[in-house]
Design a protein around this ligand. Sequence first.
Ligand SMILES: Cc1cc2nc3c(=O)[nH]c(=O)nc-3n(C[C@H](O)[C@H](O)[C@H](O)COP(=O)(O)OP(=O)(O)OC[C@H]3O[C@@H](n4cnc5c(N)ncnc54)[C@H](O)[C@@H]3O)c2cc1C
Length: 360
Amino acid sequence: MNHAMNDATNGASDVVIVGAGPTGLTLACDLALRGLTPQILDRREAPHRESRGKALRPGSLEVFERFGVADRITDIGRSQVVFRKYFDGAHAADTPVDDACLIGQWQVEEVLRERLASLGVQVEFGAEVTGIEQDRDGVTATLADGRSLRSGYLAGCDGGRSTVRKLLGIPFEGYGGDGEQAMVVGDVRAPGLSREYWHQWFTFDGGAMMLCPIPDTDSFQLQASPETDAEGRALPPSLEGFQRLFDRHARMTGIRLTEATWLSTWRVNVRMVTRMREGRVFLAGDAAHVHPIAGGFGMNTGIEDAATLGRALGGEIPLEAYEAERLPAAAHLLADTTARMDRVMAAVATPGTGVEAVLD
Ligand SMILES: Cc1cc2nc3c(=O)[nH]c(=O)nc-3n(C[C@H](O)[C@H](O)[C@H](O)COP(=O)(O)OP(=O)(O)OC[C@H]3O[C@@H](n4cnc5c(N)ncnc54)[C@H](O)[C@@H]3O)c2cc1C
């Protein structure tokens, strides 16, 4: 039985999807390919160009194979990537990155939006969901612009600060946020720096910096221990601050970082929901679980959530099976990524090791 199609009411879409990140876009493609009518909304005014999640794992590529876009993704991305590690500025080791296709998150989203458009569905930008009500027959979402949208089901794929989750009153249990260990992140150019490697500099008296080339662009994703104030609080990111950190860790005179097109601070947050469904409303991706980025699982897990939710809403598995399958997967993910993060932090101070400590 096709749950969503059977339950949609007159003139309504089968499923309203809140959030057009990798999770929402995967779900929208999956449902559209099953012949359902998704309506996908995002409060952003336009697509972003932030590298964010930048490593696709084989499970995600399998989903994209089914959508017919895996080749396009691997053409843009790069699979033969080598970590180049330096300790106190000196080259220490090179190790291959296994089992991942390196590609910027915005590039993945762009491919999925194009595929979705080819199926007749456009992302509606500038559409913020502010209210949800559900009854026996469907869900009504209220938007900030005053519109009401009726659908058979609704999926909250609206990220770590999920409005849908808050509206449902579902607890987001765990720890993290302000005051936790932080990292500055961003996208920069670094003319003169080799794009053959994912550079990782570790410094004995503290901290690390990584510059990862984003394929098919001129930019690198930067991740670094932040500069701190006199009380040890992380300072906000800036291009000038990135350069000071680069000079401190890389010690490569002559390389100037330019054009910071994305600047952000990432803080450790280890949280998950106590349930992923409330009646006709489901949660998926970061809306349901957030965790350390070590190992690169956030975007990939959201894609897997979406693929399972597509099977449930498409009637391939019972609706109950979604939470039964994905809630334990989220719990495992939180434990695993926390252990990986601890290993990275321990490895940072050891010459010749680095983030490949997470790949054991
Ligand atoms: C530096 C960094 C590196 C990372 N590296 C990796 C990696 O290598 N591999 C990996 O798998 N993951 C990685 N991640 C994590 C990854 O970016 C996230 O897990 C991923 O973005 C989650 O996708 P999502 O679609 O669930 O949520 P999001 O990408 O956060 O998308 C949610 C969307 O919902 C929209 N929205 C929010 N509220 C509303 C509302 N009320 N109404 C309408 N729309 C709304 C937002 O505008 C947004 O577009 C990294 C993250 C960072 C910051």
